[in-house]
Design a protein around this ligand. Structure first.
Ligand SMILES: *Cc1c(COP(=O)(O)O)cnc(C)c1O
Length: 377
């Protein structure tokens, strides 16, 4: 059997170990230190827009803190894009609130602004104005940000931007991760850059960042002993892990370029296949990091569908993966509200993520191309 080709595997730049070495040299083996501050500064410079970044132990933890900072309380409602990974929505349950799921539109596959407004209006009518909205840029594709922001402004609802998959993507030239009232990033093992595990909160002011760090370090009051007036969390990033992040920031743009090249590679393979479409940017306003390249079958039958292709590729030791299963279809959320017209479930039925790592070699790309062409013919 030939070596496994992964969907998206870690891709180190080369300098990560020297940052880790400096943590050891200076004995900063703790959830704070020069690498944490340095990684935060790198991210702030990269994102621009006067961003204030607090590095945390995970993207899921970052969403949890974002909900706490948005003052979401028990029994409140929070609107979330249904087509996403559970890390977007599970923190709603952590704070005892209820999710309300909203369908995707078919240009970017992210939250539909029309169904978002429908959901907000309907919840207000029921006397339950949502406390926050969680918008996601899935697979690196920016959502319809202007339209969604406008709806949130109109009804004065707090916007959380889940940019876990979208570091390096831009919308109208501005970095994803700077559009929410609070935004989050993830550096988990298969994301566009990785620290092995980690995340960040991107805040719009220094004060909010300081509050986030206070909450992420057990909310200790200013006293010589341990004194606590609010519930805190142990969510800060380790100085060792942050060293990996600093090394990864040096090659982020290069890796975005390589992932975008993968997308061109797949567009070329499926060029003459009218019944399979590669997810592409709808207009020039959208710039995707193409974290994962994704295809969609226009119509499927028993022999010709994403699952048949997935299994075929698996036989060549090539990993591919179904799209995210919508949250409103998950057993854990079966009793929650949903607004939409089943676009997300249709995407789930007809789509497939193809190998997209920035570290794919020419030989591996040729293996993928041969296998796909083999199946298509
Ligand atoms: C990865 C991911 C998260 C969670 O990040 P972790 O760092 O894995 O906790 C949240 N939302 C989306 C869309 C993700 O892809």
């Amino acid at each position: 059997m030939e070596d496994k080709i992964w969907l998206s595997s870690p891709h180190m730049g080369g300098n990560e170990l020297s940052y880790i070495q400096s943590a050891f040299d200076e004995n900063w083996i703790a959830p704070l230190g020069p690498n944490v501050s340095g990684f935060e500064k790198d991210l702030e410079d990269y994102l621009g827009e006067d961003s204030h970044v607090a590095c945390l132990s995970s993207g899921t933890g970052a969403i949890h803190l974002a909900l706490v900072l948005a003052d979401v309380q028990r029994d409140d409602e929070v609107i979330c894009q249904t087509f996403t990974f559970c890390g977007s929505s599970n923190p709603i349950a952590y704070v005892g609130a209820r999710p309300v799921f909203v369908d995707s539109e078919l240009d970017t596959w992210n939250m539909c602004p029309i169904h978002l407004e429908e959901a907000i209006k309907d919840r207000i009518k029921e006397g339950k104005k949502p406390k926050a909205v969680i918008m996601v840029h899935l697979y690196g594709m920016p959502a319809k940000i202007d339209e969604i922001t406008e709806v949130c402004k109109k009804y004065d609802v707090f916007l959380i931007e889940d940019a876990a998959e979208a570091l390096g993507s831009t919308y109208k030239g501005r970095a994803c991760g700077t559009f929410g009232d609070i935004s989050i990033l993830s550096f988990n093992g298969n994301k566009i850059i990785t620290t092995s595990g980690g995340g960040a909160l991107v805040c719009r002011s220094k004060e909010v960042k300081e509050k986030a760090i206070f909450l992420a370090t057990q909310a200790r009051d200013n006293a010589p002993h341990y004194q606590h007036s609010v519930i805190g969390y142990n969510y800060r990033m380790s100085n060792i892990v942050a060293g990996v992040g600093r090394g990864q920031m040096e090659i982020l743009d290069k890796h975005v370029g390589l992932r975008r090249k993968n997308n061109e590679f797949y567009k070329d393979i499926f060029l003459n296949k009218k019944d399979i479409k590669v997810l592409e940017e709808p207009t020039k306003d959208y710039f995707s990091n193409h974290w994962l390249s994704v295809i969609l079958f226009k119509k499927t039958d028993e022999m010709y569908n994403k699952e048949k292709l997935r299994i075929f590729l698996q036989n060549f030791n090539i990993e591919s993966r179904p799209l995210w299963k919508p949250m409103h279809l998950q057993p854990i959320y079966k009793n929650e509200k949903y607004y939409g017209e089943n676009n997300a479930s249709s995407l789930f039925e007809k789509g497939l993520c193809l190998p997209s790592g920035s570290n794919l070699t020419e030989i591996e790309l040729n293996r993928i191309k041969k296998a796909i062409n083999n199946w298509l013919n």
